[in-house]
Design a binder for this molecule. Structure first.
Ligand SMILES: Cc1cc2nc3c(=O)[nH]c(=O)nc-3n(C[C@H](O)[C@H](O)[C@H](O)COP(=O)(O)OP(=O)(O)OC[C@H]3O[C@@H](n4cnc5c(N)ncnc54)[C@H](O)[C@@H]3O)c2cc1C
Length: 500
């Protein structure tokens, strides 16, 4: 039987950094991935002359060379920074509404404030109050959590204690009166999966803070370049990776991990497993029920699955300017009724007035697509469950009806785009389910209700010796948090083995 110091199940962001972090310290590591390429969400695929980005719209936490953010430091510590070129997006985001409203916010605090002041002069004082609050909150949060204050208190971090558990909408309502302004300042809820009245202010504040302070980035070659770079570092440090074959079972004896059985039936001996698969998959499909304490299922039973997504990947035969696209990240909005109407639309299969985000990477990086062409990744959140009820014979027609509705919405904002389409592909919640293996194709793990948020992190530590999790299912979702989660898992194993 082959033996390894650790086996990592899944080569998404969390799995890759866990594997690379362990191999870097000389551990013998096996990485198992069901797909034929590394990355999970962080991948690309080709159609015609286009290589389409699957997931990454805006990378957070990078910062600049002069003022590095936590993600830049993490990638440097793994030795992959020099292998990659990061492209800074100058705009935070643009909002385009079907009624003709347009707004672009630059990724700079003073410019965000002055742009909003010009548009909403009646809310001038409130705009300052809001950003002061966001920054005070973020600074409290960084000092207490990021720098791990051993004795945090309400006196030391008053804004953290007073605002962490408040819904984002409550805070916006306390400060602003203009509903349009409240809507604009909460558009990032789409990156977290819960609308402002269900989302903790903590998340909205931190997202605004990290994107403004550390700037939104993209990667030359897309997120696949990042996944490839981490994999290559892992391999060059002696790691072993197997694709097209995952883990079928985690062997547990006497409450401790003893090995893994691969999809091919190979038995691998190891005392450490890092699972980048969802906790549901790990416990319900990869392990025998008698090895799992009841508490695990009780805890998981109280949580709900995040939405999946419907995405359109469009290759255009012209440059973004010809389509009227001038921003990298464009929120297309019909209605600001995020808390009720738009949230409930996420449970319907069809597409009407959903909020969408259209990313055109070529705006910041003119070489992203072939010369004279550009691409857009247009996504809207959709729960997976209604898609699972579509009879297989109807799946393709439903998928293309949704693609058609989505395109109509895009055309209403960027007239004439249809005449420039060269390639078109659509991904549904079922596509995410197939490629990620996550229940109902959930792309943000469990929903981040306050009770399940970063402050409590239920289920983060597996009650089975030698089992670790590293993914968007154990904490926050997104590139930065999941890359970080992999490193944390690696560090826990290294600490246990005294190999840090
Ligand atoms: C459409 C979309 C847009 C997004 N936009 C952004 C964005 O702009 N910014 C941002 O920060 N984040 C964004 N995200 C979120 C981000 O991509 C994810 O949070 C992150 O990539 C998840 O990483 P992960 O480590 O949890 O692994 P995942 O990407 O979920 O990958 C898990 C991997 O495990 C593998 N696997 C599962 N079971 C097994 C098994 N039994 N054996 C072997 N392998 C297995 C799967 O094949 C997969 O490769 C987006 C996601 C999507 C889908």
């Amino acid at each position: 039987m082959e033996a390894y110091d650790a086996v990592v199940i899944g080569a998404g962001n969390g799995g890759l950094t866990a594997a690379a972090g362990l191999a870097q310290k000389g551990l013998k590591v096996l990485l198992l991935e069901r797909h034929n390429i590394p990355g999970g969400c962080a991948t690309s695929f080709c159609r015609g002359r286009f290589e389409f980005e699957v997931a990454l719209h805006q990378l957070s936490g990078m910062g600049t060379t002069e003022r590095p953010g936590p993600l830049r430091m993490l990638l440097a510590s793994l030795g992959v920074l020099e292998d990659l070129t990061f492209v800074e997006m100058k705009d935070l985001f643009s909002v385009s509404m079907t009624d003709g409203f347009r707004l672009t916010l630059r990724a700079d605090k003073d410019q965000v404030i002055s742009e909003l002041e010009q548009r909403f002069p009646h809310e001038k004082a409130a705009i300052h109050q809001f950003f002061d609050l966001v920054y005070a909150y973020a600074n409290n949060m960084l000092a207490a959590f990021f720098f791990k204050d051993p004795a945090p208190s309400r006196e030391k971090y008053p804004v953290l204690y007073s605002h962490a558990f408040k819904p984002a909408s409550e805070v916006l309502d306390e400060i602003f009166t203009d509903p349009l302004l409240k809507g604009l300042l909460s558009v990032y809820w789409g990156y977290l999966g819960l609308p402002p009245n269900r989302l903790s202010f903590a998340y909205l504040a931190m997202l605004l803070f990290v994107y403004i302070e550390f700037k939104p980035f993209h990667i030359k070659g897309g997120s696949q370049a990042l996944s490839n770079a981490i994999l290559n570092r892992f391999l060059s440090n002696g790691g072993t990776a197997r694709f097209n074959g995952g883990a079928k079972r985690i062997i547990v004896e006497n409450g401790a991990v003893q090995g893994v059985v691969t999809d091919d039936g190979d038995r691998i001996q190891t005392e450490h497993v890092v699972s980048n698969a969802s906790q549901i998959t790990t416990y319900a499909q990869l392990m025998d029920r008698e090895n799992i304490p009841d508490q695990v299922f009780t805890e998981m039973g109280g949580r709900s699955l995040s939405p999946s997504a419907f995405t359109l990947f469009v290759g255009f035969d012209c440059e973004p300017g010809e389509l009227g696209i001038t921003g990298s990240t464009n929120f297309l909005i019909d209605s600001f009724e995020f808390d009720d109407r738009i949230f409930s639309r996420m449970r319907s299969v069809d597409i009407t007035d959903e909020t969408m985000v259209l990313s055109c990477y070529d705006v910041a990086d003119p070489d992203f697509s072939p010369a004279g062409a550009c691409q857009a990744n247009i996504v809207t959140l959709k729960y997976g469950e209604p898609w699972m009820r579509i009879p297989p014979a109807r799946y393709h027609s439903v998928k293309f009806q949704c693609a058609e509705s989505m395109l109509r919405r895009v055309e209403a904002i960027f007239p004439g785009v249809r005449t420039h389409i060269e390639e078109l592909e659509a991904a549904t919640p079922l596509t995410h389910m197939r490629y990620l293996g996550h229940p109902e194709g959930a792309i943000y793990g469990f929903e981040q209700y306050t009770k399940d948020s970063m402050f409590f992190q239920p289920g983060r530590y597996a009650p089975i010796e030698g089992l670790y999790f590293a993914s968007g299912w154990i904490g926050d979702c997104g590139f930065q948090p999941t890359l970080n989660a992999g490193m944390s898992a690696a560090k826990s194993i290294l600490k246990k083995l005294d190999a840090a």
